[in-house]
Design a protein around this ligand. Structure first.
Ligand code: PLP
Length: 203
């Protein structure tokens, strides 16, 4: 029987070039990057180089790149790092459980969340986000691409709402394309040219 793997949204095999780039650090320069010995310092230098490469890609400062263990940790860092008792949080009802579970825990700490529902197309209407905003809204979190449907959300427009209201904007881009056009240094409205077109087609 011929089997077809259709769960690439969840995980894919490693690209051979990634395997080759990582091989020296798994086999030879495997030191703990926090150690002061040579092995550690070599690993540390490699992490710094990787940070600079990412900063170049995102056009941001190397010091602004934070590596973590994955999506759940990143989502939790943003939500628990920014939201305090009395804050209001705006997100959507179709976020990954990493966001939804964090919002549930934050409710116990006195953070109220508004969960904006999608339209039947799976798209979040930015106007619904705007309507959910309150003076005490500190953070908006909307995913870039849904992990079940693949629908791309209008993050550019939602980013403009955050900018206009002074709220922070977190994008869970775990399911983003590898060719995202992100430019953080320009500090302009977030630009996803190829996404904007695809979102327009869906709307
Ligand atoms: C949209 C989204 N956010 C967060 C996560 C959690 O990421 P991780 O499994 O790396 O913790 C996933 C995982 O698939 C996801 O699809």
């Amino acid at each position: 029987m011929r089997r077809v793997y259709m769960d690439a949204n969840a995980t894919t095999p490693l690209l051979p070039e990634v395997m080759e780039a990582m091989r020296p650090y798994w086999t030879e320069h495997f030191g703990n990057a926090s150690s002061i010995h040579l092995h550690g310092q070599q690993a540390h230098a490699a992490v710094d180089r990787a940070r600079e490469t990412m900063a170049e890609f995102f056009n941001c400062h190397a010091a602004e790149v934070v590596f973590n263990s994955g999506g759940t940790e990143g989502d939790n860092t943003a939500l628990f790092g920014l939201l305090r008792t009395g804050d209001h949080f705006v997100t959507t009802s179709i976020e990954h459980s990493a966001i939804l579970e964090a919002a549930r825990r934050l409710a116990e700490k006195g953070v109220e969340t508004t969960f904006v529902a999608p339209r039947p197309s799976g798209l979040i209407d930015p106007e619904e986000i705007r309507r959910a905003m309150r003076p005490e809204t500190r953070l908006i979190s909307v995913m870039l691409a849904n992990n079940e449907t693949g629908v791309l959300q209008p993050v550019e427009k939602i980013g403009q709402i955050a900018r206009a209201t002074g709220a922070f904007f977190h994008i869970d881009a775990v399911q983003g394309d590898s060719d995202l056009a992100l430019d953080f240094l320009a500090r302009q409205d977030i630009q996803f040219p190829q996404f904007a077109e695809r979102v327009e087609q869906l709307a």
